[in-house]
Write a protein that binds this ligand. Sequence first.
Ligand SMILES: [Zn+2]
Length: 547
Amino acid sequence: MTAIRITGGAVHDPANDIDGEIRDVCLQDGKVVADVGPDARRIDARGMVVMPGGVDIHAHIAGPKVNAARKLSPEERRDDPLERTELLRSGTGGLVPSTFATGYRYSLLGYTTVVEAAVPPLAARHALAELRDTPMIDKLFLILMGNNQVLFELIRLSEPERVKDAVAWWLEATGGYGVKLVNPGGVERWKQDNGNVHALDDPVAGFDVTPRQVLEAIGGAVDELGLPHPVHVHANNLGVPGNADTTLDTMRTLSGRQAHFAHLQFHCYGGEPGGLPRSRAPELLDYLREHPELTADVGQVMFGPAVTMTADAPVSAVLRDLGHGKWLNHDTEVETGCGIVPFTYRAGNYVHALQWGIGLELFLLGRDPWQVMLSTDHPNGGSFLSYPKLIALLMDRAFRDEEIARANQRAIRRTALLDGLDREYTLNEIAIITRAGPARRLGLRDKGHLGIGADADVTIYVDRADREEMFATPRYVIKAGQVAVEEGELRRPDDGLLLSSRAAFDPEVSRVLEPLFGDRYTVAFEHYPVRDPALREPARIVEAGRP
Ligand SMILES: [Zn+2]
C-alpha cells in the first residue's frame, strides 16, 4: 500500500487537542502512523486545513424506505443523472441519490463514515444489499426496536435479562450496529387504528406496555450490554407544539443511562398541541448541560426541498394533510412502520422559519459541541449536500444575518437569534460536530481523529473565507490510506467497510423467541437472521464492553 505524508497543513484534530497546528500527518497501510519513509507520496497542504474524514451520525441512505422514496419521486431521477465513467457507476442524484451516487457524493463532500439511522430488522437484507452497493464510505445501521410486538411481550413479562439477550440476538441476526427507538409504542398504535400515544404513560392498546416501559427496558438493555453506541432515541410527539415536555420526560426516564437523542430540533417545541409552536431549545440545552450522559444531533431544517421519511408513520400522515401532495405509508409487520412525504421548507413560513431558528439556537446556545452534533436528518430536514451551507451559517455571522433577514421575522423574533447572538464556530468546533464528536459517540475509536493507529480517513480543504465553498469542495479526501478524491474528482473507487457490533447473549433466548415469532411473524424464525456471507462479510465488528 502507498504511504502518504501530508505536509504543511493546519491540522484540526480536537480529539487529540490539536487546534490548527502546522504539522505532518503520515499514513500507511490504512492507518495513521508516526512516520513514513522518503518514498512516501507527499501531499503539499500549505494553506489548507487537515481534518479527520467526516462522520455522519444520523442519515437515511439505504433500505426499503429510502428505496421507496426514490420510487416516489421519479422526476428527481430524470433531473440529475450521473454518467457512467471508466471508474464509476452511473446513477441518479437529487435528494435521495441512488446507492452508488450516495457513496460518491458523500466522499466528494469529505465524509468517510455514515450511519443509516433506521432499519426495520426484518429488512436488514435489503439494507445490507444497498449498503454494500454504497461505495467510498464506511457504513453502519441502527435497527428499529421501539414498536416490536415480540419485545413488547418480553417487556410486559418484566424479563429484563431476556430483553437484553433479545437485543443482542437481534444485532447478531441482522448485522446491525446499534438500537433505535422511534416514537415507542406510537407506531404500533398507528398501525392498529391510525392512533398514536401522546404521553409516556399512555398504554399501547393490546400489549399492556407503555412508551416509558419500552424506553426503560430497551434503553436499559443497550446500556447494560455496553454496546459501542447508546440507545438512539427519536422521542414521542415529534413536531407537536408542546413536545418539549415529552422530550424532557424521555430524558428523565433514561436518566443515568447513556442515550443519544436524534434530530432534537423537532423535539424542542413549546405551545399547545394544535396551536403554534415556540422555542424551548434553551431549556433542553440546560438539561443536557447537567446530563453529560446524553448527547443529541440537531436535525437542522434547511430552506428548500426535502423528503421526509420516517418510521414515525403518524407524523407522515400529518405532513400529508399539510401539503396534500404525495404520501406513502408502509406497515412493517410486527416491527415498525414507515411514512414518506416530499416536503419544502419555506423561509417565509412561520413554522418552518421557527424550526430553522431553533436548530441554529441548539448549535449556537449549546456550550459543548461534543454534546450537540451536526445533522439535517438527511433528507428529512434537507440533503446532506447542504452541510457546507449549514457550516457557513455557524461559522460566518454576516452570512447568517443575511439568511436570518430572509426568514419569517415573526418566527425569528421568538428565537434568541436576534439577541446579539454573535457566536461563530471555529474550525475545531466544526471538526468536533462533524467528525470527532460523532465518532466518539458511536464508539468508533479508530475514527474521528488523527492519532497514531486511527483509520487513515482524512479530508483536506483549502482554507477559504467562503466557508460554504470550502466545505463543499475538499481538495483531497483520503479513504483507508488511499487518495479517493482529488481536485473535486473521484480518483479511486473503494468499497468501504460494514461496521457491526456484537454483544454476548444466552443462546437459550432462541427458545423464548421462536414461539413468539411463530405466533406473530409471517417469516419463520430460522429464516429471519441474515446468513448470506456476501451481505454480512467482510465487516469490522466492534465488541460491546466499556472502555
Ligand atoms: Zn432520522
